[in-house]
Design a binder for this molecule. Structure first.
Ligand SMILES: Cc1cc2nc3c(=O)[nH]c(=O)nc-3n(C[C@H](O)[C@H](O)[C@H](O)COP(=O)(O)OP(=O)(O)OC[C@H]3O[C@@H](n4cnc5c(N)ncnc54)[C@H](O)[C@@H]3O)c2cc1C
Length: 488
């Protein structure tokens, strides 16, 4: 022990105050456990400070400006002026409101808050270093630990995030001026969401993607309207390329160089590149959004005997336990899908297991949303996953162009699709592309969770005119009796 060092103890130590860690801590507090939450940066983690919330705030704000400017068909002629500083202030206000709420909720649930960076000294002890000169460190002994240290963006060679024109998503969400041009490296959900934000602010956006399509992992029919609308917004795509380097130009901008990728199909089926020659793109900024990696390498996990897989994710069982019985891992650091609500669900389970409750993680009805324009939302199994799992499937689909409410919003691209077990009608999965897909998917998640059948969804009366009627009609379509579309 260092001279002057203080040692304290806690029943439950939570490392990281993102949506996985703070939810675990609050739940532990509710269960009367003595809990300490250590955070090195900001309450709310990536999600509230640099991810979900600021990105959705800017998506909403730029949507409003864009929609107002494109509503001539509705008889509205507007040319909104965007004050970026004002927009950023509003976004920061939303973030502040939520993060201070997290801090208050933690305190109200008797969670001890500790600012600092934790790393393991052994399997029952962490050391917490406080930032700032002369702030020192302290030792904390624990009965149980929950690791919730999240993830960080993956860097690619030659694109260091602290080089000024090279941005990660956090920096892109805090720019103080709208760039004239932006190259986005990576057409995953973060790259596509931010490409849309900047295109709507008037930036000339080009997306480079090593695979042959946007949003790997999503079905083509869901991606099609998103790609079409991005193209309509003026976003250019260069598929089959990897960004390899960049250089400053004499006029102050930069030139991004991209080489043909070796493997260029989203399904990994072909090793042939779609592109065959080097690409050079002149731009003001470049945003690198090629994925995220777990923050597990700065924790001295080996001192506690906690193992990770070869990508650095901490492996856990269905009760969020690592290979060390009393140490749990939740959220992004514990693996895919790296989504806030998955982390929060795991955080609750970890706290409940520590409190000897019969809790376990169920990924069966885990929704995923991409907040592009239009939005994509999925839950449960896709048709092909259900087929692969051995189900005889039946599907139903309802196009939003047949929805009265969608037409009244002026946004009717997209559809709702339901996958069910043909034998007994149980809903197995659903996918939606279109306005408010992020909200509509909740009903279908509940259907899966409750073991509802197509008949249950179809016979639930939905208010008119609402987008949610499309969910009911998709279920009716699977049963062969949708009213507002032809049944197959
Ligand atoms: C631009 C962007 C948009 C996103 N949009 C969405 C979305 O719309 N929906 C969605 O579900 N997900 C979204 N995500 C993903 C989401 O942010 C993450 O899945 C979520 O934040 C993970 O939560 P977590 O608690 O596991 O980790 P984090 O939120 O990353 O929190 C981990 C915390 O641990 C702290 N920490 C790390 N190491 C230590 C240490 N040694 N000691 C003390 N503290 C430590 C960190 O400072 C951090 O605050 C988005 C991400 C980004 C980047």
């Amino acid at each position: 022990m260092v001279v002057g060092d203080v040692t304290t103890g806690t029943d439950v130590l939570v490392i990281g105050a993102g949506p996985a860690g703070y939810v675990a801590a609050i739940r532990a507090g509710q269960l009367d456990l003595d809990v300490t939450l250590v955070e090195k940066d900001a309450y709310g983690g990536t999600c509230l400070n640099y991810g979900c919330i600021p990105s959705k705030a800017l998506i909403t704000a730029t949507d409003i400006a864009h929609e107002a400017a494109s509503a001539e068909e509705m008889g509205i002629h507007a040319d909104p002026a965007v004050d970026l500083a004002g927009m950023m202030d509003w976004k920061d206000g939303v973030v502040d409101q939520l993060t201070s709420g997290v801090e208050k909720l933690c305190k109200a649930n008797q969670v001890n808050l500790l600012e600092g960076t934790a790393h393991f000294a052994d399997e029952n002890t962490v050391r917490v270093s406080h930032s700032g000169e002369g702030q020192g460190s302290e030792t904390l002994e624990f009965e149980h630990a929950i690791v919730a240290t999240g993830s960080r963006p993956i860097q690619i060679p030659n694109f260091e995030f602290d080089d000024e024109p090279v941005l990660d998503s956090k920096q892109a969400l805090a720019l103080d001026s709208v760039p004239d041009s932006l190259v986005v490296v990576g057409a995953g959900y973060i790259g596509m969401e931010l490409a849309g934000v900047f295109a709507k602010l008037g930036t000339d956006v080009t997306v480079i993607e090593m695979l042959d399509s946007i949003l790997p992992g999503y079905d083509d029919d869901l991606k099609r309207p998103v790609k079409q609308r991005a193209t309509d917004l003026g976003i250019d795509f260069e598929f089959g390329y990897t960004a390899s380097d960049w250089d400053e130009r004499e006029d102050g901008g930069i030139r991004v160089v991209a080489d043909p990728a070796e493997q260029a199909t989203a399904d990994g089926g072909s090793a042939e590149a779609v592109a065959d020659e080097r690409l050079e793109l002149d731009t003001e900024k470049v945003l690198v959004a090629v994925g995220r990696q777990p923050v597990s390498d700065t924790l001295d996990l080996a001192e506690a005997g906690v193992e990770t897989d070869d990508r650095g994710f901490i492996e856990t069982d269905s009760r969020a336990r690592t290979n060390v019985d009393h140490i749990f891992a939740v959220g992004d650091v514990a693996g895919e899908p790296m989504l806030a609500h998955k982390g929060s669900a795991e955080g609750q389970v970890a706290a409940e297991v520590i409190a000897s409750e019969p809790a376990a993680i169920d990924h069966q009805a885990m929704p995923a949303v991409v907040f592009t324009d239009p939005e994509i939302a999925t839950v449960g199994m896709t048709e092909s996953e259900a087929d692969d799992a051995g189900f005889e499937t039946v599907t139903g689909q309802f196009p939003l162009r047949a929805s009265g409410r969608a037409l009244t919003t002026g946004d009717s691209d997209g559809f709702v699709k339901i996958v069910a077990d043909d034998a007994d009608g149980y809903v197995l999965g659903a996918s939606i592309v279109g306005p408010e897909a992020s909200e509509l998917i909740a009903e279908l998640g509940l259907a899966i969770e409750l073991g509802a059948t197509l008949e249950d969804v179809a016979s639930t009366v939905h208010a008119h005119p609402t987008l949610s009627e499309a969910v009911m009609e998709a279920a009716e379509n699977a049963l062969g009796h949708a009213i507002h579309t032809l049944n197959r």
